[in-house]
Design a protein. Structure first.
Length: 93
């Protein structure tokens, strides 16, 4: 994909046990973004997403809001050169 960008995010708050990974994956797929989302042992959620910059920015905006009843208190977003290429957007264990 031309102009492929990668976004790595760490999201903190009330983000586990509230369908947050499903929320991220659903929006990513609608925006033709690939990568993964997973819960981390420290209670945060992490995702790596690849796609066009505008789609990634829209995904980031959605994640800042989150689903009900999630409460996002902190997001660390890092833009970087694409690493491993992904074929789909997956929810990891």
């Amino acid at each position: 994909m031309k102009n492929l960008q990668e976004l790595h995010c760490e999201i903190r708050g009330r983000v586990q046990g509230v369908f947050f990974r499903d929320f991220v994956a659903g929006h990513a797929r609608k925006l033709n973004v690939v990568g993964y989302v997973r819960n981390r042992p420290d209670g945060s959620v992490e995702f790596v997403a690849q796609g066009a910059r505008d789609g990634l920015e829209r995904l980031l905006a959605e994640v800042r809001e989150g689903p009900e009843p999630a409460e996002v208190s902190y997001i660390k977003a890092t833009w970087r050169n694409p690493s491993t290429p992904y074929a789909t957007f997956r929810i990891l264990g």
